[in-house]
Design a protein around this ligand. Structure first.
Ligand SMILES: *[C@@H]1O[C@H](CO)[C@@H](O)[C@H](O)[C@H]1NC(C)=O
Ligand SMILES: *[C@@H]1O[C@H](CO)[C@@H](O)[C@H](O)[C@H]1NC(C)=O
Ligand SMILES: *[C@@H]1O[C@H](CO)[C@@H](O)[C@H](O)[C@H]1NC(C)=O
Ligand SMILES: *[C@@H]1O[C@H](CO)[C@@H](O)[C@H](O)[C@H]1NC(C)=O
Ligand SMILES: *[C@@H]1O[C@H](CO)[C@@H](O)[C@H](O)[C@H]1NC(C)=O
Length: 295
């Protein structure tokens, strides 16, 4: 394949040798650069991380870690560098590994491990990238209804103290009519941690819906919006219940009294009828009644 593309190089042995040397040096260079780019460290805000410099088992003249041009930790032959070392770092006994504690957002970024073997004059460099995250708090949803009839509402989703900045994602069923009003990511100037929040408007004409929201990969609980309002609890007040009880007993007393009165009047009427209409019958009836009662 190569001979098809550039047959010329392989016709001239000197050129091809030069090419091989170039390729070899390029490959070597590329390999080093690639491996340097590949060291990716991940840490959590408040946590720890360990930097490993890739050292062969040879004596070192110096080894140190720097961030930009700032010394982090390390040593240079007999020179004492401990006073320069970051207070949140410790060099391991192996003298090639460094531990960094109590990470905060400002520790993120690119570091270089620089070292030189004894008897060598070339400095080797390993780039190490540190990325940091902080878990957002579980997002909380709050609702404000626009009116007593729950015709529409504003719902806010808020999550605190995460890193890096992440926008609120809403999880709302398709049937629900809603509009995203705003989203904000407020960064604390000191800790650089982010508070993320978002407010959405919901039209409640399609009734109750369950929604949730998430920030990063942390999700809120399911939350019900546009629930119909309960009928007013008129008969549930103890005062009203007491009044009802009093009115009820007065009414039943009156009813009883009225019935008694009506009963007496009815009895009188019967007597009257017995006397004036069907005396004999009434008398018979009376007798039989008395007879029954007697027996
Ligand atoms: C952050 O979240 C991850 C994944 O849920 C968890 O493993 C880790 O312990 C959390 N970190 C802290 C500091 O809570
Ligand atoms: C988003 O909109 C709501 C309703 O208009 C408002 O109360 C809230 O302050 C706004 N938030 C931001 C960060 O602008
Ligand atoms: C972020 O939220 C926390 C917790 O509610 C609060 O104490 C802090 O002041 C907020 N920071 C910003 C920048 O809004
Ligand atoms: C809700 O949507 C319905 C149908 O589109 C509309 O008629 C009604 O006015 C809206 N209500 C509110 C409070 O926006
Ligand atoms: C959430 O995301 C962070 C950063 O992207 C990751 O470290 C963590 O493991 C994730 N947690 C879960 C539960 O997936």
């Amino acid at each position: 394949m190569a001979s098809h593309c550039n047959p010329r190089y392989f016709l001239n042995p000197r050129l091809s040798l030069q090419l091989l040397a170039l390729v070899a040096s390029l490959t070597w260079h590329i390999l080093v650069t690639e491996s340097a780019a590949l060291i990716q460290l991940r840490g959590e805000v408040g946590g720890n991380v360990t930097f490993h410099c890739p050292i062969a088992n040879r004596e070192l003249k110096f080894l140190y870690l720097q961030k930009g041009k700032i010394f982090v930790n390390g040593y240079y032959e007999s020179k004492d560098t401990s006073h320069l070392a970051w207070k949140n770092t410790i060099m391991d006994h192996d003298k090639t590994t460094m531990h960094m504690y109590n990470l905060n957002v400002s520790h993120r970024g690119e570091y270089q491990c620089l070292f030189q073997y004894s008897g060598s004059s070339t400095t080797q460099k390993q780039v190490i990238h540190l990325s940091l995250t902080a878990n957002y708090s579980k997002p909380a949803l709050t609702v404000r209804y626009s009116d007593e009839n729950h015709r529409s509402c504003l719902v806010t989703c808020a999550s605190h103290c995460g890193y890096p900045g992440k926008t609120v994602m809403w999880n709302v069923p398709e049937s629900q009519m809603w509009t995203l009003l705003n989203s904000s990511e407020m960064s604390d100037p000191k800790t650089m941690k982010v508070n993320s929040s978002s407010t959405a408007y919901f039209n409640c004409s399609n009734g109750e819906t369950s929604i949730s929201c998430s920030v990063g990969n942390v999700s809120s609980d399911m939350f019900s919006v546009c629930a119909p309002i309960d009928p007013p609890p008129v008969l549930r007040s103890p005062v009203i219940e007491a009044i009802c009880a009093v009115v009820g007993s007065i009414v039943s007393v009156l009813l009883l009294w009225w019935r008694c009165k009506k009963g007496k009047r009815g009895a009188a009427a019967v007597t009257f009828r017995r006397v004036n209409g069907c005396e004999e019958e009434a008398t018979v009836h009376n007798e039989s009644n008395e007879g029954k009662e007697a027996s």
